[in-house]
Design a protein around this ligand. Structure first.
Ligand code: UDP
Ligand code: MG
Length: 316
């Protein structure tokens, strides 16, 4: 099979027939063999009934339905596990992404040999409250992930090689950082294609402004797990040592000043009158805590089944 199209959806019943017809048209025109995997993320409208009807007309349509709403990432992940096409394409269900992009995306994966191609909604038809924070979000993501050529990490329209999708595991809200996840798996050929974007025709957006707060937190998590996930002590140990040293120096200062004053018959005060005493107390405690966290982290890693799993590209 040439192409799997994965479409996560949550209450998008009105859009689905149009979307399916459009994809079908594009696939026929380009003579692709394909499947469309609709992942119904616990919709409360009749989305899945619509998918059932679509399947009766077109056997390339497949549907999976969650019993409740989990989020876009779990929906995508479930689709990834099922996809059989050589090239896997994800798109949103709301008709904001255009199926006309599929042939070029397919070409970029198969001929230009990209592992991942991400869409770039250069001209967006979304409210300003969304486009401005998005610019900031993408700039941060570019810096942290080191993927400098991407403008739009969270575009729903993306294409992947089958082998990338087999390894990708998306959970929580991590769909925003799929290129970063792919890069962490060693898939370095990440490209971008400018795609057409349309205003939402039916229904309403499923994400509010909290997406930006959660987005930053997830980025921090990814950065941390990628860098220190298998050696947490290198992170906590360094911070802990710095803290502890700071405290240690402060405590020496406090003691030395007191001793000096005592032995030279100068005026002296209680050590608890010195601010250094409190600084040393706090930093030494924090340092110890950080060390303990590091040790706990190491114990967790030691017990994880993936501690010795690596991405093997080839074997001869
Ligand atoms: N979506 C989903 N589960 C959710 C929220 C959204 O499957 O919990 C789907 C939604 O139906 C759509 C896609 O994810 O197909 C993108 O959502 P939306 O269009 O609301 O996001 P926006 O375009 O506003 O970023
Ligand atoms: Mg949308």
């Amino acid at each position: 099979m040439d192409i799997s199209v994965i479409i996560p959806l949550y209450n998008e019943a009105e859009s689905l027939p149009e979307l399916e017809a459009w994809i079908h048209r594009v696939m026929e025109a380009n003579k692709f063999s394909y499947e469309i995997i609709f992942v119904n993320d616990g919709s409360t409208d009749n989305s899945f009934e619509v998918i059932r009807e679509l399947q009766k007309k077109n056997p390339a349509v497949k549907g999976i339905s969650f019993r409740r709403n989990y989020g876009k990432s779990p929906a995508l992940n479930t689709g990834f596990r099922r996809a059989q096409g050589d090239v896997v394409i994800t798109m949103d269900a709301d008709l904001q992404d255009s199926p006309d992009e599929i042939p070029e995306l397919y070409r970029m994966i198969t001929e230009d040999n990209y592992d991942v191609v991400s869409g770039w909604k250069q001209k967006r038809y979304d409210p300003l409250s969304k486009t401005i924070p998005t610019k900031l979000f993408n700039a941060t993501a570019r810096r942290v992930s080191g993927i400098h050529n991407l403008h739009d990490f969270n575009c729903g329209l993306k294409a992947y090689k089958q082998k990338v999708v087999r390894r990708l595991e998306v959970y929580g809200d991590m769909h925003r950082y799929i290129p970063y996840l792919a890069k962490n798996l060693g898939f370095n050929r990440i490209g971008e294609k400018i795609v057409h974007h349309q205003a939402r025709k039916y229904g309403s957006s499923k994400f509010g402004l909290d997406r930006f707060v959660n987005g930053y937190l997830d980025l921090l998590t990814l950065w941390f797990t990628n860098k220190f996930g298998k050696k947490p002590m290198h992170f906590f140990g360094l911070l802990g040592s710095l803290m502890f040293m700071l405290g240690f120096i402060a405590v020496i200062c406090v003691g030395a000043i007191k001793l000096y004053n005592l032995t030279h018959g100068l005026h002296y005060t209680l050590v608890t009158d010195s601010p250094y005493f409190y600084i040393s107390l706090v930093t030494m405690l924090l340092g110890t805590q950080l060390f303990l966290t590091g040790f706990l982290g190491e114990l967790i890693v030691r017990n994880s089944s993936s501690r010795n799993e690596y991405e093997i590209d080839e074997e001869i």
